[in-house]
Design a protein around this ligand. Sequence first.
Ligand code: CA
Ligand code: CA
Ligand code: CA
Length: 345
Amino acid sequence: MKSLQDFLKTGAFSLLGLGLVTAPAQAVNITTSSDPNLLVNNILGSGITISNATYQGAPIASGIFTNGLASGIGIDNGIILTTGNAKLASGPNTTESASSSNKLPGDADLSALISGVKTYDASVLEFEFTSTTGNLFFNYVFASEEYNEYVNSKFNDVFGFFLDGKNIALIPGTNTPVSINTVNGGNPFGSNATNPHLFNNNALSDGGIYNLQYDGFTNVFSAQFLGLSEGVHRLKIAIADVGDYRYDSAVFIQAGTFSSGEPPKPEIPEPTPVAEPTPVPQPEIPEPTPVPEPTPVPQPTTPVPTPVPVQQVPEPTTIFGVLASAALGLTSLRKRRIVTTKTLR
Ligand SMILES: [Ca+2]
Ligand SMILES: [Ca+2]
Ligand SMILES: [Ca+2]
């Protein structure tokens, strides 16, 4: 038997997908692209040389983003890889089920990270690189529409940065992969949370405040590896839906931070909520001056004499009056008949 969550997943539909909701001015701007060299060159920083880039996934699932700081994700520009349609990332948050089912397969490496559940709609960017220092760093944010209602469920959308086959997308200071079930605010929001200090809630029903479609996202994390051996290494950036094709997830990677030295932290602000709009000052409307009550005119004290009642003389009844009344009565009857006939028809 299907669980309630399965039912809700398949029964729900995306208003955006049906074109019933038009998102207003975008906060984060997305230009979709599946050109692997364009994507890799965007994140390329100092001390790294890149070659043999490939992209596998839906053309609409990845691209370039700009204006990310205004949306509150903490990274201003870079590349985005999603499990659906990258353009759905733009705020405001209009639904808790923004989805694009691209009907593409998952990824074996990602499936291995979350054993037992199938992956779908994978987007994979792979390339080879060398590092002048033997170290590797880059900054990223993971976001998902699966928050908060599918936290701690099997719909645990997954991503990974596989450095020579080993995932380095880990919660800082741990060996735990970053995912919905390892970084969240709980389900329901506020209970049974995991690493909530690393999570930013944006779910509509739980008081989301960011100008972003995804219902939740992580802080800015730094992926890193120190002490690479000399020579060419391989990085595979991959993200996929888990359990079904629905409810997009995304990974944002900061432009220019894929480098051999640690990117400067102070330049990466923590996500900040979208500022409240400044209220437009209202013109001062003066209070109306009250109109003084009129002074009552004193009534004369002399009593008015009561008029003598006049006897009512009845109008004389004439033959013409009788005829006229009869004619009017006939007219009224005809009108009613007509009306009645129309009603019956
Ligand atoms: Ca949403
Ligand atoms: Ca999908
Ligand atoms: Ca999903």
